[in-house]
Design a binder for this molecule. Structure first.
Ligand code: NYM
Ligand code: MG
Length: 219
């Protein structure tokens, strides 16, 4: 029987963002998610932000480790530039059927800068036009719980007062109608396997959305 399948373009990849406070378990869950997506037949890759491997990423790393001080507006734009320099490869992969898991994205970019006192709309401005995730998993964890987890306090921003403000800004941002319908909140306070199940539940929504919709752009 002749198949029409060869003439059909492969379904596009799905763009999934994982967000949350420092030490919420994002990187662990990203790794588990990549594995599970592969087992479900997805071609998939992980993209971490900030991506510290680029020239701009090197500047960001030296800022985060307090090796250098950079003005608040300047570092904000560098974080955004770090996304823009990788945006093309993300779009290309999605179009080729590769699912991309983002370990942080522009939501961290906006809330960490806004938590320092920069204007929310100003912070959002440079992100407009970037690929928009089909779904955002927000790993919610009490900032007190996050502080108790290992390694906390090593980098800039990893102090309870900043994390409290960041969590508040995330809460506010989840109400932004420009991203309406994208967020799924997961209680990240449970055991790893339990959290992974919750993450998967949100991701399935994104898979469903991507089936019937083009990749959008951040508004
Ligand atoms: N961060 C991350 C920002 O301030 N702006 C951004 O655009 C992004 C992507 O960098 N505390 C902050 C959040 C984190 C820090 O992230 C480093 P990670 O996931 O710990 O490498
Ligand atoms: Mg960190």
């Amino acid at each position: 029987m002749a198949s029409t399948e060869t003439a059909t373009a492969p379904p596009r990849g799905i763009l999934i963002a994982i967000e949350g406070l420092d030490r919420a378990g994002k990187s662990t869950q990203c790794a588990l998610l990549v594995e599970r997506l592969q087992q479900s037949g997805h071609k998939v890759r992980l993209q971490k932000f900030p991506d510290r491997t680029t020239t701009i990423g090197t500047l960001i790393n030296s800022y985060l480790t307090s090796a250098t001080d950079i003005d608040d507006h300047t570092i904000h734009l560098l974080f955004s530039a770090n996304r823009w320099e990788l945006a093309h490869s993300i779009r290309t992969d999605i179009a080729a059927g590769v699912t991309v898991v983002l370990d942080r994205y522009m939501y961290s970019g906006v809330v960490f800068s806004a938590a320092k006192g920069l204007d929310y709309e100003y912070c959002r401005g440079p992100e407009v036009g970037l690929p928009r995730p089909d779904v955002i998993v927000f790993m919610d964890l009490d900032e007190g719980e996050a502080a108790k987890r290992g390694g906390f306090g090593e980098e800039r921003y990893e102090v309870p007062e900043v994390q409290r403000r960041v969590r508040e800004m995330f809460r506010m941002m989840r109400g932004d109608e420009r991203d309406a319908g994208d967020w799924g909140v997961v209680d990240a306070g449970a055991e790893v396997g339990v959290v992974a199940e919750r993450v998967w539940g949100v991701v399935e929504r994104g898979v469903e959305f991507a089936r019937g919709n083009e990749l959008r752009s951040i508004q």
